[in-house]
Design a binder for this molecule. Structure first.
Ligand code: ATP
Length: 279
């Protein structure tokens, strides 16, 4: 780790660790061929943190996120959430994926889409209505309760997916390249939405992206993944002011320094090859 990096353990043991990723390794087994997507990932996320994970294409970001979400079993190592080992989708977690078009049900109205996980949580009807209303209002979609997802723009659909996630009142929110498929202006608006929701709701957030600027703009920390073997190459503390805006923050000297530092790390990581074929 470089001088700019600050390991989170430097100040002593963390007492409020929400997520503990311990030596996670994932090898995909295929016909006569095994691909080691992730070698050894170890890090913690404290309650209330907003942590971005950035790494070159194929570094294993999605694999890591699926392991954390309990959708994929690590080959070795362990994911511990709130003291419990993860061996399936944990109840206190919500995930927002890149493909909003596939994550919303087209035959259900916006309201029904947001309400669905709350029904699975067996919340009473009045509470569900309250949470749906609050969440849609928080993402600026007060007027579209009765619309269908396909009647909305891509950016609005992703807002619905975010509303569904926050209505669930998760302890941790995972986001996997959620804005990769929207235009630049919408992306900037959605980034600001994530920051403002995080500040208002205090929900612990792990945000995976391949976009260095996005990671530095959003995060309190940026974890830089290497590729082949995939490990945490750097853990950068983003010491930008808490109040960020697209114009001032992105044109500040500190933003440029941090972005340059992460960029250098990614370049180093890219000099290595993709995932290792281990057999
Ligand atoms: N089901 C699978 N079977 C075999 N190999 C896989 C499987 N899923 C992913 N991989 C391989 O594991 C490696 C890591 O993939 P992963 O999708 O996790 O990376 P990523 O960092 O999210 O990539 P990107 O930024 O391009 O989305 C890649 O080499 C990929 O080809």
């Amino acid at each position: 780790m470089s001088a700019m990096s600050q390991t989170r353990t430097a100040a002593g043991p963390r007492t409020d660790v929400l997520l503990d990723v311990r030596g996670v390794r994932k090898v995909y087994e295929g016909r006569g061929r095994s691909v080691e997507a992730v070698r050894d990932l170890t890090f913690t996320v404290a309650r209330g943190d907003l942590v971005c994970v950035v790494g070159p294409s194929g570094a294993g970001k999605t694999t890591l996120l699926k392991c954390i979400a309990g959708l994929l079993a690590p080959t070795s190592g362990e994911v511990v959430l709130e003291g419990e080992s993860v061996d399936g989708p944990p109840p206190g977690m919500a995930v927002v994926f890149q493909e909003y078009g596939r994550s919303l049900f087209p035959w259900m109205t916006v309201r029904k889409n947001v309400e669905l996980p709350l029904k699975q949580k067996k919340l009473p009807k009045a509470r569900r209505a309250e949470l749906v209303h609050q969440a849609l209002s928080a993402v600026g979609l007060d007027d579209v309760h009765g619309a269908y997802p396909w009647q909305l723009s891509g950016g609005m659909q992703q807002r619905v997916a975010i509303a569904r996630a926050i209505a669930y009142e998760p302890h941790i929110l995972l986001m996997d390249e959620p804005f990769a498929a929207v235009d630049a202006q919408t992306r900037a608006d959605l980034e600001d939405l994530v920051r403002s929701l995080w500040q208002r709701l205090g929900v612990t957030t792990l945000f995976v992206t391949h976009d260095i600027d996005e990671a530095v703009y959003l995060g309190q920390r940026v974890l830089v993944l290497s590729s082949s073997p995939t490990v945490v190459l750097d853990d950068v503390t983003i010491d930008l002011p808490a109040q960020r805006d697209q114009l001032t923050t992105r044109s500040s000297t500190r933003f440029t320094e941090l972005r340059g530092h992460v960029f250098e790390q990614i370049q180093r990581a890219k000099q290595r090859s993709g995932a290792s074929v281990v057999e």
